[in-house]
Design a protein around this ligand. Structure first.
Ligand SMILES: [Zn+2]
Ligand SMILES: [Zn+2]
Length: 497
């Protein structure tokens, strides 16, 4: 599409116009209060930055709303000297731009490859949004007399304190890190803040790196906030255009939002891909309103954040104890020699065999983390000599869900796994081991998460965590230290019995 500025308005102009990124200033049109705008269009565009093809309205209708001050156009790409910057995903790396012959502007048109999977942003692409002001920015609630939160559970003392801090941060638009150990119950601590913010007409988003978590959180939140509109967004979800007070989204889907949320809560801020992908950080910044709250949730903050917390440079609240008031199991380190070499000879270390045998005999479930799939495949037949029911699972395993279910039901005595079960899964009564804990992929945070799988349920709060290794690493030591210091703090604050 080509545009020109005529009478202080941006208008489509096939012949004389140019791609939007080459127009110096895009005029802002004053709001015409007499204009009767389309409520459905507002629903779709409010707080978003969409492409024309994402909006199920004709160009004419969108243009009309622009000309009356309701719709906004922003450049999809801007040029900085000779370089491009993608305004949707923040990409400025020139290797991530390409050009094609574009039928819309009828010339060579550069585009961003980085966010291409969400539709093409090129030199002639406007990002379409809705005018950002207080009136249209609210979540549209006008019937807040009823109680929004319908939950009769209770919070632990640690959760209560965190819930109060979260609510305050949300209402006062502050940044806060919630450092909650695995099994502390971090979802519940958000309820009271979400209720207060939504009652005040604000929009809240919980973003998480993983689709699994969106699918798990959405029904839980819909159950406790039955009268709040809730949208669950992930690749392929159908709720894309729901205008919701509460949005639960993958961090990736945030790329479609622009200055949308009064509070943005990022869950598992340390998890892949959020932890490594700059685009997602940009998406988070863009999706927030300029004056907004930011809450980070994690069980395993990165080292620099841990240091900032210790030095008092980062606003944070810790929940050092689990909901059931038992301390976290502290990992034991067990030297098992050169297990990889032994495996080549078709054998397993004696200490590992006796660990596995004890669990199988006692009928207590167990998880064993293995650094790589091919090692795991070699080990499985060796473990099966102890018990035929032993299974293995990894990310590409087509029976993954079924195996996790069987494990939960106690039908698998020992499950060998890669790091895919490192977080997010709960099995009621298990011991946990890592074989080859010195491997590089077992970072401090991975090991803390793995240890966090044991002893989670109130009926079985104890679990043994063993790191079988061929040389203790710094990461192993840090992981153990962090767990111990959480236990110590929990004791000091009387959060464990
Ligand atoms: Zn991009
Ligand atoms: Zn073009």
């Amino acid at each position: 599409m080509r545009f020109a500025v005529i009478d202080s308005k941006l208008v489509p102009e096939k012949i004389l116009g140019s791609p939007i990124s080459r127009i110096d200033d895009i005029p802002e049109i004053p709001l015409d209060p007499q204009f009767s705008f389309q409520a459905d269009l507002k629903k779709i565009l409010n707080g978003k930055q969409l492409l024309f093809e994402d909006v199920p309205f004709s160009h004419e209708i969108i243009q009309q709303h622009y000309e009356h001050g309701y719709v906004t156009y922003r450049k999809g790409l801007i040029t900085a000297g000779k370089r491009f910057v993608c305004q949707r995903c923040g990409n400025e790396d020139k290797t991530w731009f390409a050009a094609f012959h574009c039928h819309r502007c009828n010339e060579e048109c550069a585009y961003c490859r980085r966010c291409l999977m969400m539709g093409r942003v090129s030199e002639c692409t406007p990002l379409v949004g809705w005018r950002d002001d207080a009136e249209v920015g609210s979540n549209g609630r006008d019937d807040v007399a009823q109680r929004l939160l319908q939950w009769d559970g209770s919070l632990s003392d640690g959760q209560k304190e965190a819930a109060i801090r979260v609510e305050r941060a949300m209402l006062e638009k502050e940044e806060l890190l919630v450092w909650a150990v695995c099994g502390a119950g971090k979802t519940e601590i958000l309820f009271q803040g979400i209720e207060a913010a939504i009652a005040a007409g604000q929009r809240v988003c919980i973003a998480t790196p993983r689709t699994d978590v969106v699918l798990e959180l959405a029904p839980r939140l819909k159950a406790v906030f039955p009268n709040v509109s809730i949208a669950a967004l992930y690749g392929g979800s159908e709720e894309r255009h729901v205008f919701a007070a509460l949005t639960i989204s993958t961090t990736h889907q945030l790329l479609r939002f622009y200055r949308a949320f009064d509070t943005l809560i990022v869950d598992e801020v340390d998890a892949f891909p959020y932890s490594v992908d700059e685009t997602l950080h940009y998406a988070v910044r863009q999706a927030r309103k300029p004056y907004s709250a930011m809450i980070f949730l994690t069980a395993t903050p990165c080292r620099s954040w841990q240091r900032e917390c210790r030095e008092g440079k980062r606003a944070h609240v810790t929940i050092p104890a689990r909901f059931h008031r038992h301390p976290l199991p502290v990992p034991e380190f067990v030297w098992c020699g050169n297990w990889a070499k032994l495996l080549q000879k078709g054998r397993l270390p004696g200490s590992v065999v006796s660990w596995a045998k004890t669990r199988c005999d006692a009928g207590k479930g167990a998880l064993m983390f293995i650094p790589r799939i091919e090692l795991m495949e070699k080990m499985l037949p060796l473990f099966r000599k102890l018990h035929q029911g032993i299974e293995s699972v990894h990310a590409e395993d087509s029976h993954r869900k079924e195996k996790v279910r069987k494990m939960r039901e106690g039908k698998i005595p020992l499950l060998l796994t890669t790091t895919i079960l490192e977080r997010g899964v709960t099995f009621p009564n298990i011991d946990v081991a890592v074989l080859g804990a010195e491997a590089e992929l077992f970072t401090e945070s991975a090991l803390v998460q793995i240890a966090g799988r044991a002893g989670r349920s109130a009926s079985f709060p104890k679990g043994v965590v063993s790191f079988f290794h061929f040389g203790v690493t710094e990461e192993m030591q840090r992981a153990r230290k962090v767990i111990q210091s959480m236990n110590k703090e929990a004791e000091k604050r009387c959060l464990v019995d």
